[in-house]
Design a protein. Structure first.
Length: 170
């Protein structure tokens, strides 16, 4: 029997959940049927791999979802070294494991979309890519996760087509 979920109270939240679900499905569909060797193969001049993209998207979504709740403390462990490790499978990691982690992250984010105050804001941490003193609402965080997922699903589609000619769409 499927686990009960919190009802979605309004159209905006339903739209966010549907859009997140759609782009996540594109990304998961793109890596369907791959071995770990295929999923970690570089198929373009880029260093990107399909497994690395899924791992990165899961890590990014988890961090931003945490930010929606805790604010800038969510970025406390974000270093260039940690970020670089998001893109590669470590020894013992598998595509199946990365996809399972992504499912856990997605379920947690979906619950937050259903329940957090979308107008709640937090200051962004200091970083060269953020305007000093800027804030983000939970709403904007979830929109960012949609954009990040969609962008990387497109990257993954190119890598998959380069690998074996398969396409997510078309």
């Amino acid at each position: 029997m499927p686990a009960a979920t919190t009802p979605v109270p309004d159209t905006e939240r339903a739209d966010l959940l549907e859009t997140l679900g759609t782009h996540r499905a594109f990304l998961r569909h793109t890596v369907r049927g791959l071995t770990d060797e295929q999923a970690t193969r570089r198929t373009t001049v880029s260093a990107l791999t399909l497994a690395g993209i899924v791992k990165h998207v899961a890590a990014t979504e988890a961090t931003w979802a945490d930010f929606a709740v805790r604010g800038p403390a969510a970025f406390a462990d974000t270093t260039p070294e940690v970020w670089a490790q998001e893109w590669v499978l470590e020894p013992g990691e598998t595509l199946v494991g990365v996809l399972a982690r992504y499912e856990e992250v997605a379920a947690h984010t979906d619950e937050l979309v259903r329940t957090v105050d979308l107008d709640r804001t937090h200051p962004l941490p200091e970083a060269p890519w953020f305007t000093p003193g800027a804030t983000r609402s939970a709403r904007r965080v979830f929109l960012h996760v949609v954009a990040e997922t969609a962008q990387h699903a497109g990257h993954a589609d190119i890598l998959r087509e380069s690998l074996d000619g398969q396409k997510t769409m078309g």
